[in-house]
Design a protein around this ligand. Structure first.
Ligand code: KG4
Ligand code: ZN
Length: 350
């Protein structure tokens, strides 16, 4: 059962062909960052146009690389939201057109569901599991019970973690996207030189908050002689990253306690991370320490499946197809689409 996945919700144009035995037959991705760099952020209209230019060639190349003919495909899976509406429309319309032309079922999927189900693809794990989804637009602890059944345990009160890395990098004069460049700068830094506050430390629940930390970083940076020296930048980056790590560790403790109160009794102790920020080696290490302390298994997808990609969309399509879903004629794109509003396929549909 091969599914062609299309992802165009932000500034990555991605196409992949995946099958139900968790094999990637092709995985192509074009980051548009070069087009957006001059503006310091993603420009929605430019992104939509670039998707339109890139997508047809990318899809053709993905079919060729995978040596897949249209008749070999079981379905087409597209990201229908959440994301930038122009890009969503391009990807969804293109997928709808392929489905019509090739007479294939179409699946209009939630991008966040793609991230949420990634550990099932990368590690083949069973439900349920605890998930920390951390990307540029979202930061949530979720209890993943089944396809479509995602219980939100705690989200962010202000910025998403990836967004905070991007803003912190901007404060430090590091290039965008800020996550990787800040992580890189922090490698040469001393996390103890500056004491930045750990948000929400010791508070109940597993909500996150990052705007106070970002402000503290800016104030600390402004108190230093300008322009900042490379060592100042490295030390500030390390302090910021370490505060985020300690916050996530504290929040994970609480999320696990919340899950333990219910699912712990049946002995399920799997914690997975997903989303662009999950690529961060330092944060992975911090979360691994907490898991080791609490006797939980940590699952981390490979880097190529952490950020936005089409493999996760093709896989989410396979998960839903296996439960008898698919066959939408018209895609409704949704710029906002919380995971809590997902439909749960029933076994009887399959
Ligand atoms: O999931 P993603 O590719 O796109 C969405 O936001 O949906 O995540 C992108 C975010 C950006 O904010 C980027 O700075 C952050 O993930 N990111 C990182 C790292 N790599 C990417 N944040 C921290 N450390 C990293 N190594
Ligand atoms: Zn994403």
């Amino acid at each position: 059962m091969r599914v062609l996945g299309i992802e165009t919700s932000c500034d990555e144009t991605a196409v992949a062909i995946v099958d139900q035995s968790r094999v990637i037959h092709s995985q192509l991705l074009r980051s548009q960052w070069a087009e957006h760099r001059a503006y310091g952020g993603v420009v929605p209209e430019l992104a939509a146009r670039a998707h339109l230019q890139i997508l047809p060639d990318l899809a053709r190349a993905a079919m060729q690389q995978a040596q897949t003919r249209p008749e070999d495909l079981a379905a087409i899976a597209v990201t229908a939201g959440p994301g930038l509406i122009g890009g969503l429309l391009v990807g969804a319309t293109y997928g709808q057109m392929l489905a019509l032309a090739w007479d294939k079922p179409l699946l209009a999927l939630n991008h966040l569901e793609g991230h949420a189900l990634t550990p099932r693809f990368s590690d083949g794990i069973e439900f349920p599991y605890l998930l920390l989804l951390v990307s540029g637009g979202h930061s949530q602890f979720l209890w993943i019970e089944a396809v479509g059944k995602y219980r939100l345990l705690g989200g962010t009160l202000d910025d998403a973690v990836g967004e905070a890395f991007d803003k912190a990098a901007k404060i430090l004069g590091l290039p965008q996207p800020g996550g990787p460049s800040l992580e890189n700068a922090a490698r040469a830094g001393d996390p103890l030189r500056f004491a930045l506050p750990v948000p929400l430390l010791g508070r109940a629940g597993c909500e996150m908050s990052l705007s106070g930390l970002k402000t503290a970083l800016r104030q600390t940076a402004l108190r230093l002689p300008q322009p900042l020296s490379p060592q100042d930048i490295a030390d500030l980056a390390a302090a910021f990253q370490s505060a985020v790590g300690r916050m996530l560790q504290d929040r994970l403790h609480n999320a696990i306690a919340m899950v333990d109160a219910t699912a712990g009794r049946v002995g399920i102790k799997q914690f997975a991370i997903a989303g662009g920020v999950a690529a961060n080696q330092y944060l992975r290490g911090a979360l691994a320490d907490t898991c080791a302390q609490l006797g939980w298994r940590l699952l981390v997808p490979p880097q190529s499946l952490c950020g936005d990609n089409a493999v996760m969309m093709a896989w989410a399509g396979i998960e839903r197809l296996r439960l008898g879903q698919g066959g939408e004629q018209i895609v409704t794109t949704r710029p906002r689409w919380p995971l809590s509003e997902m439909t749960v396929p029933t076994e009887s549909e399959g």
